[in-house]
Design a protein around this ligand. Structure first.
Ligand code: FAD
Length: 414
């Protein structure tokens, strides 16, 4: 019998998680991984620790240098996939011959959301997604005095924090009214804003860049209110978009991400997708959603690998969640954090204690917990996330779940 040719696009955590499960479940198959970064697999969320100087780059790899050999994988690294043709089962690669697949996994992750501002291509304007971006920033850092960080999400904050720790004056520019608007709600956002400013970050909300000035390196940014901000280093951290420019939409269904079913199958035969590029069922929303977080990329990669190896296993769906420390604030969020105010299908309970700087908010849809925001009182966060994930009906009063000291035993005894 001919050997099955498994091809994986993407050398990130979703791709390698799939490859490892695939190797265990289908020992005789051929596995090829194509990735445009040339490093061995590394921990992407930790690249900001290299930026801030807390870790050396040698601490980032999550697999050894003999990884591909050990798992019998053919790596094609430093090469970009330019097209996939599902009718011919071909993957086209920049500067190399097309690769033929029997089964294909698209695990190409996400690209930073670009900014449409004049002067975007000036030197010293970076994204924070790849190790190479951090290397670029470190190279120009000795001459940098004033940095501008665009975006107030997780990546924007990590960039700002890293630069601040390096002694650089940082201004964060946030288009929405408060930081972490994708992860948290306005109340938590206000607490974060106060905290950022208290720790020496200048934060401007409700503004964006319309143009960069300088040459060859950036010297200033022009803002939407007409003002100019001097800067010699810029980091764009305005969220991500699934990386799928090579996907033909007449062959593979795409919404925001590549549409997948509970087996991580796309709409094309023998083509799967996993990780930041995939859009599957969201456990809190009950609709499709892209949950671009590390633990979901691991779980989805494994699920895709299991199914590619021939074991039909269906996943339950994914859940967006984050735990992040912003100076003195511990924040944990999950699911739907800000339901539409005019939708009476949701019930929200919250408790804010400005003196102790704690905040808790729970979002219910009928008798199910579907979302949470917790600031500086995150002890029961794991149990609450478990409740959202399980979609279990909750019979306890909402206020009981919200109270400090709520515990798992109370749930078992309800
Ligand atoms: C600075 C930073 C901090 C983060 N912090 C957290 C955190 O605290 N918690 C958390 O849960 N998540 C965090 N994340 C998100 C997390 O890193 C991602 O969810 C995760 O890496 C997704 O894994 P993936 O394998 O789907 O995609 P990726 O890790 O993006 O891997 C995809 C790979 O495919 C490659 N690729 C893309 N297109 C092509 C192509 N055409 N041809 C060949 N190769 C291609 C990419 O270059 C990349 O190497 C953070 C991300 C960043 C950047």
């Amino acid at each position: 019998m001919a050997t099955t040719q498994h091809v994986i696009i993407g050398n990130g955590i979703a791709g390698i998680s799939a490859a490892e499960v695939l190797r265990a479940g289908d020992p005789d198959s051929a596995i090829t991984i194509i990735g445009d970064e040339s490093e061995t697999p590394y921990c992407r969320p930790m690249i900001s620790l290299v930026l801030e100087g807390a870790l050396g780059p040698e601490r980032l790899p999550i697999r050894g240098t003999d990884y591909y050999q050990q798992f019998g994988i053919t790596p094609v690294l430093g090469r970009r996939v330019t097209a996939v043709d599902t009718s011919r089962r071909e993957v086209h690669i920049n500067g190399a011959r097309p690769v033929i697949y029997d089964k294909l996994l698209i695990a190409s992750g996400a690209d930073p959301r670009p900014v449409k501002a004049e002067g975007r291509d000036l030197d010293n304007i970076f994204y924070l997604r790849h190790q190479a971006h951090v290397r670029g920033m470190l190279a120009v850092m000795p001459d940098a005095r004033k940095a501008l960080v665009l975006g107030g999400g997780l990546v924007g904050f990590k960039a700002a924090y890293g630069l601040l720790r390096r002694g650089i004056q940082v201004t964060m520019l946030i288009r929405s009214g408060y930081p972490l608007s994708m992860q948290a709600d306005a109340e938590a956002g206000r607490m974060v804003l106060t905290e950022l400013r208290a720790h020496g970050l200048e934060v401007r909300v409700g503004a964006e860049v319309t143009a960069f000035e300088g040459g060859p390196a950036v010297r200033a940014a022009v803002l939407s209110d007409g003002s100019r901000l001097a800067c010699d280093l810029v980091v764009i951290g305005k969220g991500v978009l699934p990386s799928l420019a090579f996907v033909r939409r007449d062959q593979i269904a795409v919404d925001l991400g590549i549409v997948v079913d509970r087996h991580m199958r796309t709409t094309a035969p023998d083509v799967y997708a996993a990780g930041d590029v995939a859009e599957g069922m969201d456990l809190a929303r009950g609709t499709r959603w892209v949950n671009a977080i590390w633990p979901e990329a691991v779980a989805q990669g494994r699920l895709a690998g299991t199914n590619m190896a021939g074991r039909e296993v269906a996943g339950e769906g994914s859940l967006g969640r984050n735990v992040i420390r912003i100076f003195g604030l511990d924040i944990m969020t999950g699911g739907i954090v800000d339901p539409p105010a005019d939708d009476d299908g949701f019930t929200v309970v919250s408790a804010l204690d400005p003196r102790r700087r704690t905040y808790r908010k729970l979002v219910f849809q009928k008798n199910r917990l579907v979302g949470m925001v917790m600031v500086n009182a995150i002890e029961q966060g794991g149990v609450l996330l478990g409740l959202i994930q399980s979609r279990m009906p909750v019979r306890l009063p909402a206020e009981t779940l919200l109270a400090n000291g709520f515990n798992y035993k109370q749930l078992l005894m309800e």
